[in-house]
Ligand binder design. Structure first.
Ligand code: F6R
Length: 241
């Protein structure tokens, strides 16, 4: 595991953008696993900048996102499809048909999970998976539990996650209770993993994830077992180490 310390959020975003840009240049048809939330917004802005100013070419790139809320349409402003279109896809030259997320409106959740796993397999797996970490140690929406779940699954969000994500909704009651998430097995099968962490509020959970016991109670701790993880964290996020 490599840990890069940056002085702040902007520097973290710039470092991350260099790694993703290198991946896309070296393998233009890379399969990028993408994340949403606050953490990658600066990175996505940097990638848009590289597309506009240094012609970083996404025309062959494929993407699979980690998760999507159940019950939200792609046009819902808080759906992760909307977030991705708004914050990245519509601003670079990626082909819309090459971008994938679980379908929040799928009628049959079991079939939707199987479809998503089959899709990732059909793309040849994930070359580089971008991750953030939740305050409870979740990656994707794999919440703390008794066992690591391997495959894409429909999960019930923790109260802590609902609390953390209510800032995007009118109230906590509006946050969907369930979400599709890529499983831990799929994330761990990615050839490279890039974990971004910013801010003092993540310091304690980051310390547990990187140096504590490997346990499904702290889902991100499983990353200690992956052979190619790069963590880019700002000083505040590393302040508990
Ligand atoms: C989002 C995702 C989540 C977030 C995590 C941190 O696609 O997979 O695991 O990365 O909840 O969220 P932020 O970045 O908002 O602190």
């Amino acid at each position: 595991m490599k840990i890069h310390t940056t002085k702040n959020y902007d520097a973290m975003s710039r470092e991350a953008a260099k790694i993703i840009a290198a991946q896309v240049v070296l393998k233009p048809d890379s399969v990028l696993g993408l994340a949403t939330g606050s953490t990658p917004l600066g990175l996505y802005a940097q990638l848009i900048d590289k597309f506009k100013n240094v012609n970083l070419d996404f025309s062959e790139t494929r993407t699979v996102n980690l998760d999507e809320y159940q019950g939200l349409a792609p046009t819902h402003p808080q759906s992760y499809r909307f977030y991705m279109d708004e914050n990245l896809f519509s601003k670079i030259n990626i082909r819309p048909e090459n971008t994938h997320l679980p379908d929040g409106l799928a009628a049959d959740p079991v079939a939707e999970c199987a479809r998503y796993d089959a899709l990732i397999r059909s793309l040849g797996g994930i070359d580089l998976q971008l991750l953030g970490i939740g305050h409870d140690g979740h990656i994707g929406f794999n919440e703390p539990g008794d066992a690591f779940v391997n495959n894409t699954n429909l999960t019930t969000l923790d109260e802590r996650t609902i609390e953390a994500n209510k800032r995007f909704f009118a109230s906590a009651a509006d946050v969907p209770r369930r979400a599709y998430t890529m499983g831990i097995g799929t994330i761990m099968a990615a050839r490279k993993i890039l974990l971004l962490v910013s801010g003092e509020k993540k310091a304690d959970i980051l310390k547990k994830a990187l140096f504590g016991d490997i346990t499904p109670r702290v889902p991100a701790s499983v990353l200690q077992l992956h052979p190619d993880v790069t963590v880019i964290a700002d000083k505040a996020a590393l302040s508990a180490l």
